[in-house]
Write a protein that binds this ligand. Structure first.
Ligand code: ATP
Ligand code: MG
Length: 243
């Protein structure tokens, strides 16, 4: 449903993506992993049209989307939760979701109501101001808000960063639940353990290029890829986890 071919991107004169190739099939959870600064967030921004590619092709549902404006790309059914997961602090949980749902023609009041259901923790907090939620609850709200637009593909940028283990678990359940309901997912995730527990397919990015692509089993069978491109610590943690 989503395909990137030879995508290059720049910030001014800084050349960040060097021909990224990536694919998401309908119904998949695809994980994009790599060290800090590898270009993971830039890849998502290129897909959303926030950083227009300087070269290459991006297609979504068979249509070229590179070069289109971000709001047009979003209107095709692509939703993005950026790293900073900004919610409207002075609006309630409910209002945050309604505002997002109203911003798109794709959504209905029913979608907005259902969006909360992905995260049972949020349901009793529907009337609370978003600024009074914990970091984890704000992340859930940011994801619920993206789901309220009834996307075909949901892109999450480090959804569990800095969250307590019980919050990580809730986000994981929300990701799996979204897929159950027919939303495909592209997730950037530093927590390799979590990524391996949800991801079907993995793309490893290093200095703006994809250096590995494969299934969960293929990645787990390639500890050298993990230690070289994701860090020794993660490789160690992973082998301890498997034992
Ligand atoms: N707005 C910007 N202007 C200039 N350079 C930028 C900008 N945003 C990111 N960069 C640079 O682009 C490179 C890739 O950044 P990007 O945010 O895509 O990495 P990342 O893989 O998401 O890293 P992290 O794990 O730290 O989030 C980095 O070297 C970063 O410093
Ligand atoms: Mg990033």
């Amino acid at each position: 449903m989503l395909g990137l071919k030879g995508v290059h991107a720049h910030y001014g004169s800084a050349h960040i993506l060097h021909g990224v190739g990536l694919e998401v099939q309908a119904g998949q959870i695809v994980c994009l992993v790599g060290r800090n600064g590898a270009g993971k967030s830039t890849t998502l921004k290129a897909i959303m049209g926030m950083v227009p590619p300087s070269e290459g092709e991006i297609t979504f549902q068979g249509e070229r989307i590179d070069g289109r404006a971000p709001h047009l790309i979003a209107g095709l059914g692509l939703a993005w939760v950026p790293e900073d997961r900004r919610v409207f602090g002075s609006l309630s949980v409910d209002e945050n979701i309604k505002v997002a749902a109203q911003a798109t023609r794709r959504s209905s009041a029913a979608n907005a109501r259902d969006a909360l259901g992905f995260f049972p923790d949020l349901v009793p907090r529907a009337g609370q101001l978003a600024k009074n939620l914990s970091g984890g609850q704000q992340q859930m709200l940011a994801i619920a808000r993206a789901l309220a637009s009834s996307p075909e593909l949901l892109m999450l940028d480090e959804p569990t960063e800095g969250l307590a283990p019980n919050m990580v678990k809730a986000i994981r359940v929300g990701i799996l639940e979204s897929r159950e309901r027919g939303v495909s997912i592209l997730v950037v995730e530093q927590n390799l353990r979590l990524a391996l527990s949800v991801g079907d397919v993995f793309f490893v990015l290093s200095r703006g290029t994809v250096v590995f692509q494969g299934t969960r089993d293929e990645l787990q069978a390639a500890p050298e890829i993990i230690s070289e491109h994701l860090g020794i610590g993660q490789a160690r943690e992973l082998s301890a986890w498997r034992e």
